[in-house]
Design a protein around this ligand. Structure first.
Ligand SMILES: CC(C)(COP(=O)(O)OP(=O)(O)OC[C@H]1O[C@@H](n2cnc3c(N)ncnc32)[C@H](O)[C@@H]1OP(=O)(O)O)[C@@H](O)C(=O)NCCC(=O)NCCS
Length: 149
């Protein structure tokens, strides 16, 4: 992804590459989002790591990795509860899709209706189910994919 910040319309924030100075706020957002993967946030620095910021406040983050040429996996996404339904995740995913030619995959907990609706809204399609994919609690993953040009 490019390193430069992009000013976005409305109040959905600015998307930029995440860095070490964002990790504390990202950890707080992740802890407030039990539906998201609960990984060690320091590990995000080795992936494509995007944050949405408003001033000095991080509103949300997205982590992804390239699997192969033309194949990207969205690893984690969360928006701080106070910034939800304001287009923050939409702008983060649009930024990912704009820089990910080919196919973008993700897995989401079957019970995570809000995220499944969000991804459907963004044009992802549900392609398969992986029973027992998640632990604590055990649950199936729904695999979703987006085809870009
Ligand atoms: C899912 C999540 C990332 C969405 O973030 P967001 O910034 O609130 O989403 P947006 O404002 O960009 O939503 C865009 C559209 O997606 C849909 N959408 C988003 N959240 C939704 C919800 N809770 N219920 C139904 N539809 C929803 C709506 O169509 C929405 O447009 P609208 O607000 O004009 O109706 C956020 O709820 C979140 O952080 N959840 C916890 C973590 C999580 O589940 N991560 C996914 C792990 S795979």
């Amino acid at each position: 992804m490019s390193g430069g910040a992009t000013t976005l319309p409305r109040c959905s924030g600015v998307i930029r590459r995440g860095g070490p100075g964002d990790l504390a706020q990202v950890a707080v957002i992740q802890a407030a989002s039990p539906e998201a993967a609960q990984w060690n946030v320091a590990g995000y620095l080795q992936y494509a790591f995007r944050v949405s910021v408003r001033g000095i406040q991080v509103a949300g983050f997205l982590v992804s990795r390239t699997l192969a040429e033309g194949e990207t996996e969205l690893l984690n996404l969360a928006v701080a509860p106070q910034f939800r339904r304001q287009g923050v995740a939409r702008k983060l995913v649009e930024s990912l899709l704009a820089e990910s030619p080919g196919v973008v995959y993700l897995e989401v907990r079957e019970s995570n209706r809000a995220a499944r609706k969000f991804y459907n809204h963004m044009g992802f399609q549900e392609v398969s189910s992986r029973p027992g994919y998640y632990q604590a609690p055990p649950e199936a993953a729904i695999v979703m994919k987006f085809h870009s040009c």
